[in-house]
Design a binder for this molecule. Structure first.
Ligand code: NDP
Length: 289
């Protein structure tokens, strides 16, 4: 997943800190190996492995069909299994193994607050996906430290949710989705890359870290729409009705946009990570500047 939205930001950060990065990719290129090479020849000698691979769930151009659903699952679970097997079989295993999953693990609720210790993972398609994705990463008895980062909506300049929202908002046609009251768990891309880097470089860190900003539990979809419009100097008057969101994305995926979770990065903060963008207005100003 190193060629993707988050992967590019992480690669840049890691290289700026003096690390060497090799991508496992479906496309050939410099500093890349293929999934076939990985399965056949094993893991190249390395200190750490990160999995960021996954078919884009919110691609509005892909209909929510059985085939797409299978691709969403296998691009995450099978790539994670392939990497876990390569780590387990390595003569000199890496020291760290980091997987980025999602806050879809926690049940959407307007009121409940979730930390990394909260239950979840077994109530709908996305929560079960996260459970099997995280289970695929387990390597019993491995010396590699395992860290799972459960990410919220990643906000950044060149990809992810914002890239699809920017043009209607720039035209003054943006607004909250549905009621706008649903929680909006978010993180700036530099912080998600920062948390993964922190997980890789902190020799004692393991377990689950929530990848959301500290002010994320207090952010609703409506607040997000207002702040994005304000950062662009535009009004955000036009709510997008729930039926329209369902018509574009299908009922299953619309859940991700019309409902949300209040997620607290408790372990992330306790682990000593300092957020670069703890509040939304600063994060959005940086992105749209
Ligand atoms: P991207 O959509 O940018 O792509 C990630 C990479 O995954 C691609 O560059 C591609 O690499 C690889 N990939 C895509 N489809 C497949 C497939 N069918 N089989 C194998 N590999 C595939 O993702 P992001 O960078 O936005 O997200 C990274 C990870 O973080 C994903 O797993 C995502 O689910 C998770 N996440 C992202 C959030 C977000 O808001 N962006 C929120 C929460 C979690 P290549 O073409 O080189 O093979």
């Amino acid at each position: 997943g190193g060629t993707g939205f988050v992967g590019r930001a992480l690669t840049q950060l890691l290289r700026s800190r003096g690390h060497e990065v090799t991508h496992v990719s479906r496309q050939g290129g410099k500093d890349r190996i293929s999934w076939e090479e990985l399965s056949q020849s094993g893991l190249p000698l390395c200190d750490a492995v990160v999995n960021l691979a996954g078919e884009n769930v919110l691609n509005p151009f892909r209909r929510w069909s059985d085939a797409f659903c299978r691709e969403v699952i296998s691009s995450r679970v099978e790539t994670t299994k392939t990497l876990a097997k390569a780590i387990a079989d390595a003569e000199q295993p890496p020291r760290a193994w980091v997987l980025v999953t999602g806050v879809g693990y926690y049940r959407p609720s307007p009121t409940a607050e979730y930390t990394e210790d909260s239950p979840g993972g077994d109530f709908d398609f996305f929560s079960r996906l996260v459970s099997s994705w995280e289970a695929a990463a387990l390597i019993p008895g491995s010396p590699a430290r395992g860290v799972v980062v459960r990410s919220g909506v990643v906000l950044g300049r060149d990809g992810g949710a914002i890239s699809q929202m920017l043009w209607p908002f720039r035209l003054g046609l943006g607004g909250p989705l549905g009621s706008g009251l649903q929680p909006f768990p978010w993180i700036h891309i530099r912080d998600l890359a920062g948390i993964v880097c922190h997980a890789l470089e902190s020799e004692c860190l393991q377990g689950v870290l929530n990848g959301v900003s500290p002010s994320s539990p207090a952010t609703s979809n409506g607040t997000f729409a207002q702040e994005l419009a304000a950062a662009l100097g535009r009004p955000a008057l036009l709510p997008v009705p729930a039926w329209a969101v369902r018509a574009i994305f299908g009922a299953e995926r619309a859940v991700m946009l019309l409902e949300g979770q209040r997620v607290v990065p408790k372990h992330t903060l306790e682990s000593g990570y300092h957020f670069i963008f703890p509040d939304l207005s600063g994060a959005l100003k940086d992105i749209v500047a």
